[in-house]
Ligand binder design. Structure first.
Ligand SMILES: Nc1ncnc2c1ncn2[C@@H]1O[C@H](COP(=O)(O)OP(=O)(O)OP(=O)(O)O)[C@@H](O)[C@H]1O
Length: 275
């Protein structure tokens, strides 16, 4: 199945015999964006979903691969916990969200949402690989990969076995100034995967009375921290009660229609990919 014809990296590939990517001939995926964070709970799944939704709103064909096998949260954010995949001789067909984002997640394969996946590393890495090789994504403009936190087995498998176009880092202000994000950036560089930049999540709050931006961590702190690490700041997202509520209710798709903040972040991502 090592099919270079359907590989999104075929024009710029310099891996030669060291390439470990297997491509499914049924898939033509133009761009793959992996969303990564140094540590957990910083909003990586939320931001992966928002990127997918905004790209979908713009008319692109979009898929969302939940590579967090043991802690999958994408189906819940989209209210898809009662959906399941269709398995045929061709492979696994991912279900679509309300707005038409194709979603693949371990939680669409387990019998019930709370079912724990008690697997060791190699099995987990194998499942992630299969989400790329055995899922019939078809023709996609963008595939967003929501990685598990950190720099462990799964991020390594994703970078080795999926032809990632670029990585979007997600951080909160406290973590951006620590070495955690730097480690993730360092990993991407070692694996020769382009880092598109960082999104600082929960960066500020907006005053509910006067709409003033309150930068709890200091003015331009995110910009300064990103410069220190040597990556571009793609944008900042506030701590937003609507986002939290919509996510909890499985209606994350409605957020993009309500808020403008995220649109310029996605503009930046598209610009960086096309550079
Ligand atoms: N900008 C935001 N404003 C308010 N709440 C947010 C924001 N971003 C994320 N959250 C909330 O923070 C929690 C953690 O977010 P999320 O699950 O996306 O993080 P994660 O980094 O993917 O976590 P994990 O390490 O478990 O994969 C969720 O309850 C989510 O709704």
């Amino acid at each position: 199945m090592a099919n270079c014809d359907s590989c999104p990296s075929k024009d710029g590939c310099n891996k030669g015999d060291s390439c470990m990517v297997e491509n499914n001939p049924l898939n033509q995926v133009k761009n793959i964006i992996a969303v990564m964070s140094g540590k957990g709970g910083v909003g990586k799944s939320t931001i992966s979903s928002l990127i997918a939704c905004e790209l979908k709103n713009r008319g692109y064909r979009v898929g969302l691969l939940d590579a967090d096998i043991t802690g999958p949260s994408i189906p819940r954010l989209f209210g898809m916990t009662n959906k399941s995949v269709e398995i045929t001789e061709d492979g696994i067909y991912p279900p679509q969200s309300v707005t038409g984002v194709y979603v693949m997640s371990m939680n669409l394969l387990t019998e019930y949402e709370e079912q724990a996946v008690v697997w060791r590393g190699p099995l987990i890495a194998g499942a992630v690989k299969q989400f790329w090789t055995d899922v019939v994504w078809g023709d996609l403009d963008y595939l967003i990969v929501d990685m598990p936190p950190g720099t462990g087995d799964v991020p390594l498998t994703v970078m080795q076995s999926i032809p990632v176009t670029g990585i979007v880092m997600v951080s909160t202000p406290q973590n951006l100034v620590s070495m955690i994000v730097s480690k993730a950036v360092d990993m991407a560089k070692k694996m020769n995967v382009k880092v598109l930049g960082v999104i600082e999540n929960m960066s500020y709050i907006t005053c509910p009375e006067c709409n003033k931006k309150i930068e709890v961590f200091g003015e331009n702190a995110a910009q300064r921290a990103a410069e220190k690490i040597g990556i571009d700041l793609l944008g900042e997202l506030p701590l937003d009660n609507d986002l939290m509520e919509l996510s909890d209710e499985g209606r994350v798709e409605l957020f993009g229609k309500m808020k403008e903040d995220f649109k310029s972040i996605v503009d930046e991502i598209i610009n960086k990919i096309n550079k």
